[in-house]
Ligand binder design. Structure first.
Ligand code: TXA
Ligand code: MG
Length: 320
């Protein structure tokens, strides 16, 4: 459903700005909030109208549940029944780029649409200082999917947010560019055993070290996170993977010194963390040229697994 346009204000990264963002959220309005991964489109997770507005602003299908952001593990435990393995991950990686999916606790207080009617909830404690300040000031759970129109490239700067959502949200809290650059890793649990539902900012290797066991990965046939749908993060142009050279007319995104001729690069020195932090900005930039996009190979270890996951989805054929 199309919403009427509204003025989207850019709110400064200071205590007055955070107070203003919190006031808007308390009034049921939507604020794009910086996190260390990507910008989130935040709304009061207890307010059914605010949650409905998130789905409407993004054009997100109502069956795709949202991530809830809270200030602390204790707050997460008021909402979700965290299994032992989730608590281990939380104590090691929160605040930070990992989301756990766990059963809802009775009396959780969330609007049912947040979880799309599921009896589980995806929850995390973000590390970005502005997100923490905002959660403290707002003093409640914030539902916040990535602040992009559904299916498009995720935003890592206020400009990306505005390009996709200006006029559809009340404000953007300006935290500059996001440091991690890819979304959180989502971990669910089956019989207490961890399952990676989405690769992300915390690597599989780090999770394995923390838990002392290697998590499994959901198969394509057992999708429980619609963010895993094949065509996602879609640029307007086509995207070709593992391109060691560009074809005529293509805009080439390089990785590493061997790609020094590339117009755009994820990381000139071949650093995966740098590549993750630049991934969505470089995709936005390549897409703006209107040319078909070719991307150099990226190693698949560490945060490279999340980068390749996003690139594969960006390259997938579109469904309509
Ligand atoms: O880093 C991030 O995770 C960012 C920042 C803003 O926190 N958020 C983010 O949200 O990426 P979003 O909505 O774009 O992706 C959330 C993913 C979706 O793929 C959704 O299907 C999945 O989490 N999800 C949410 N609740 C779930 C649940 N109960 N079970 C399984 N998957 C769930
Ligand atoms: Mg998203």
């Amino acid at each position: 459903m199309k919403q009427p346009l509204q003025q989207t204000e850019i709110v400064a990264a200071d205590s007055e700005g955070v107070a203003q963002a919190a006031r808007l959220l308390c009034a049921g309005r939507l604020v794009a909030m910086p996190t260390e991964t990507v910008y989130g489109l935040a709304g009061d997770a207890r307010n059914a109208a605010a949650v409905a507005a998130i789905f409407a602003a993004k054009g997100r299908p109502s069956f795709n549940p949202l991530i809830v952001h809270v200030a602390s593990v204790a707050n997460a435990q008021r909402i979700a029944e965290l299994p032992q393995a989730a608590l281990l991950l939380a104590s090691r990686f929160w605040p930070g780029a990992i989301t756990v999916v766990a059963p809802l606790r009775t009396g959780h207080g969330l609007a049912p649409a947040v979880t799309a009617g599921l009896n589980t909830v995806a929850i995390r404690v973000p590390a970005h200082p502005l997100a923490q300040m905002l959660l403290a000031k707002f003093d409640g759970p914030l539902a916040a999917p990535s602040a992009n129109p559904s299916g498009r490239i995720s935003p890592t700067t206020p400009a990306h947010v505005l390009a996709g959502l200006e006029g559809r949200i009340a404000a953007v809290l300006d935290g500059g560019a996001c440091a991690v650059g890819v979304e959180s890793t989502i971990v669910g649990f089956e019989d207490g055993k961890p399952v990676i539902l989405r690769e992300g900012g915390i690597s599989r290797e780090a999770i394995t070290t923390c838990l002392g066991a290697c998590p499994t990965h959901t198969t394509e046939t057992a999708i429980t996170a619609p963010g895993q749908l094949a065509s996602h993060y879609a640029p307007r142009a086509t995207l070709r993977l593992n391109a060691n050279d560009p074809k005529p007319g293509e805009i080439w995104i390089g990785f590493g010194p061997q790609c020094h001729k590339a117009k755009l690069t994820l990381s000139p020195k071949g650093d995966l963390e740098e590549a993750a932090s630049r991934l969505f900005a470089v995709l936005h930039e390549a897409d703006a040229t209107g040319q078909p996009i070719a991307v150099a190979p990226v190693p698949d270890h560490g945060v490279g697994a999340a980068i390749n996951d996003r690139l594969r989805r960006a390259a997938a054929p579109r469904s309509g």
